[in-house]
Design a protein. Structure first.
Length: 249
C-alpha cells in the first residue's frame, strides 16, 4: 500500500538531526567572539542544536556563573577562572580542557604606525588602550609586557582600560587611543592583518594565555551542551580557532 506523500515527508523529517535539536546557553570570553560565531554556525549546521551566546570579560562572566546565571558552558580567556569554578563545585568534573592559547598584539588602525616595541615610545601617543587587568586576562598580559619592557611606569598615566578586550579594541579602532594591546584574533585571520599595523608580542613577554572550556552543572543533562563541548575539539572547530591566530594543544 502506498503511503501518503505528507506522511513520508514527515517520517523523513523525524529521521534528521533537527528532530532532536536542542539549545545551549554559553558564556564566552570577549576575545573569542568572532571565532565562536563561526563555530556556532557550523555546529548548528552540523547538529541542528542552537547556540545562545553571551560575551564579556572573563572575570565578569565568572561572577555571573558563581551567582547562578543560567549558563551551561563556559569558554574562558584563561585557565584560572574555570579552575576556580571547578573547585567551587559549579562544573562537571573532568570536563575542563584548553580549547585555545591566546596571543597578544600591539595594534593601531594606522598603516606603518606600529613598528615594534619602540612604537610605545612615540611622542604622539596620548593614550594606550588595554583591557582591565582586574577582570580580563589579556589586560593582565598587557601589563606583564609593559613590565618586561620596562615601560610600565612611563606609560601608566596614558593607559585607558576597557571593561574587556572588545572595548579596548574599540578605543583604538575609533581613534580614542592611538595604540592598544588587543587579541590577535580581533585584527587578523588566516595570517592576514585586517587593517593598520601590528606587532605580535613575543610569548616570552607574558604568561601563556591558556583559554579553558568547562561544562557547567546547568548543562550536565543537556545533550546540546555536551555536544558543543565535544565539537570544540573537532577538526572543524580547531581549523577556525587556528585561522584566528590562536595556538592549539
Amino acid at each position: 500500500m502506498k503511503r501518503p506523500l505528507a506522511l513520508l515527508a514527515l517520517a523523513g523529517l523525524l529521521c534528521t538531526p533537527l528532530a532532536w535539536a536542542g539549545e545551549v546557553q554559553i558564556a564566552v570570553a570577549a576575545n573569542f567572539t568572532a571565532p565562536m560565531k563561526e563555530i556556532a554556525s557550523a555546529f548548528t549546521r552540523d547538529t541542528g542544536h542552537k547556540v545562545i551566546s553571551a560575551y564579556g570579560p572573563t572575570g565578569g562572566l565568572y561572577a555571573q556563573i558563581s551567582q547562578g546565571a543560567p549558563f551551561e558552558l563556559f569558554l574562558s580567556a584563561d585557565d584560572a577562572a574555570p579552575a576556580r569554578l571547578e573547585q567551587e563545585g559549579h562544573s562537571v568534573p573532568g570536563s575542563r580542557f584548553t580549547y585555545a592559547i591566546g596571543k597578544l598584539v600591539l595594534w593601531s588602525p594606522r598603516e606603518d604606525f606600529v613598528q615594534g616595541p619602540q612604537s610605545l615610545d612615540r611622542a604622539d601617543i596620548r593614550y594606550l588602550a588595554i583591557a582591565s587587568p582586574k577582570i580580563a586576562p589579556y589586560g593582565t598580559a598587557a601589563l606583564q609586557v609593559l613590565e618586561k619592557l620596562e615601560r610600565a611606569a612611563a606609560l601608566r598615566p596614558r593607559l585607558v582600560e576597557g571593561a574587556n578586550i572588545t572595548q579596548a579594541y574599540q578605543f583604538v579602532s575609533t581613534g580614542n587611543a592611538e595604540l592598544g594591546f588587543v587579541a590577535l584574533s580581533q585584527v587578523s585571520k588566516d595570517g592576514v592583518l585586517s587593517e593598520g599595523s601590528a606587532w605580535i608580542v613575543p610569548e616570552e613577554l607574558y604568561e601563556p594565555i591558556r583559554q579553558d572550556a568547562l561544562l557547567l552543572n546547568k548543562g550536565r543533562d543537556n545533550p546540546a551542551a555536551r555536544a558543543l563541548l565535544d565539537y570544540l575539539k573537532s577538526d572543524t572547530a580547531r581549523a577556525v580557532i587556528a585561522a584566528y591566530g590562536y595556538g592549539l594543544e
